[in-house]
Design a protein around this ligand. Sequence first.
Ligand code: NDP
Ligand code: 2IT
Length: 448
Amino acid sequence: MQKKKLDLNEFMQGLVERNPGETEFHQAVQEVAEDIIPFVNDNPQYMHAALLERMTEPDRIISFRVCWEDDEGHIRVNRGYRVQYNNAIGPYKGGLRFHPSVNQSVLKFLGFEQVFKNSLTTLPMGGGKGGSDFDPKGKSDREVMRFCQSFMTELHKHIGPNRDVPAGDIGVGAREIGYLFGQYKRLENEFTGTLTGKSLEFGGSLIRTEATGYGTVYFMELMLNHRGDSLKGKSVVISGSGNVAQYAAEKVLQLGGRVLTMSDSSGYIHDRDGIDAEKLAYIIDLKTVQRGRISAYAEKYGCDFYPGEKPWSVKCDVALPCATQNEISIDDAKLLVENGIMAVAEGANMPTYIDAIHVFHDNKVLYAPGKASNAGGVAVSGLEMSQNSLRISWSREELDERLRNIMTEIHDQCLKYGKEDGFVDYVKGANLAGFVKVANAMMAYGVI
Ligand code: NDP
Ligand code: 2IT
């Protein structure tokens, strides 16, 4: 039977009806479908196999109650999830997010993006994402531990080194991974590489902490090099001050750029003298050890703090959004363009609204979507899995080299599928390259 060509609006209408209210998920699919639908219509083998329809439906979603006791003895209830999105090219792989905004829509968008991202890394990893609406902010270490143990008491049934390998994301760092892995190991009575982002003492990989931020900046440098330019001497605006933002800032400094801003959910700091290595060390301590607010930086170094604002009005050459989804609106994008922005690389997942992406494209701004530019984190997670399976650990230099090679391969794939008339559409490049590998694997399996 001949199948009718796909129409973007009709496709999206069906998706919205099947997934009511899941606006983040709709947005992530729309961004991909804008490129994939014309491609699928031109490549009937994918259209007849209903690949896009299949890839927009997760393999399964697990949702569960997480009960824990706070320090005052009150019983607390949160909701935990794991979205096992697609394992066509490897075990499900992706982070866990602990943040009050977590819901099914957010995790479906993240799981969907992860499938394409992991495909781009060249490593054999499927896509998944999970987490909880639990807020680690303001909780004691013991409360976080009790929550993590309860969360893992359910999650452990669904994960494993060849099934599903979670890692960190917003609100899940070394502390949480330690508690989660400890409980997993206790329940399974097995020491396997079932989580990544582990500490070095128990199977973690060098460079994993730095990988997402470093990889994002390597990707930015590759985009600029492709235009005959580099980061050296460029002014850089960064949002966020967590794991990704910290190591993006570090790599910018190493490559000779100037970091002007960082932020958290309460506002941003603008340091006109630049955030140097010493000031960055203060930020890393402030956010990871003291778990404080970014405004403390402004007090300490006497610079401006803008409560409740995002940093996009600061004039810069390069922007690195590294906080969360939907932080660059169409008006922010217009302002960045007016102020002469050259390039944007996403450290965060989906920080830019679709209409803002169009503004960057219309103005020939180099723009790298997160699924390409922030793939360094999950790539080094993949390398952590390899090291765990081999029961060895590679050196820092070797891992950094592998990370740089993977970012270069991702950039090459974007050029292959996204370069037209001298301009590189990195969104199209990443979407098509990510899609083809997963689609071909799914075709080989038949109708499942
Ligand atoms: P962290 O929890 O370490 O840091 C998150 C940062 O973003 C903090 O500065 C936080 O501020 C800020 N933030 C979080 N939510 C909001 C919000 N709703 N509004 C404004 N600011 C917010 O997380 P990561 O650095 O690990 O993650 C940052 C982004 O990078 C996320 O989009 C994540 O999905 C993505 N990512 C992470 C990878 C990783 O390996 N960790 C890999 C690839 C992508 P505050 O301290 O006030 O909460
Ligand atoms: O969004 C991401 O790629 C991550 N949070 C990292 C996932 C991982 O498995 O390392």
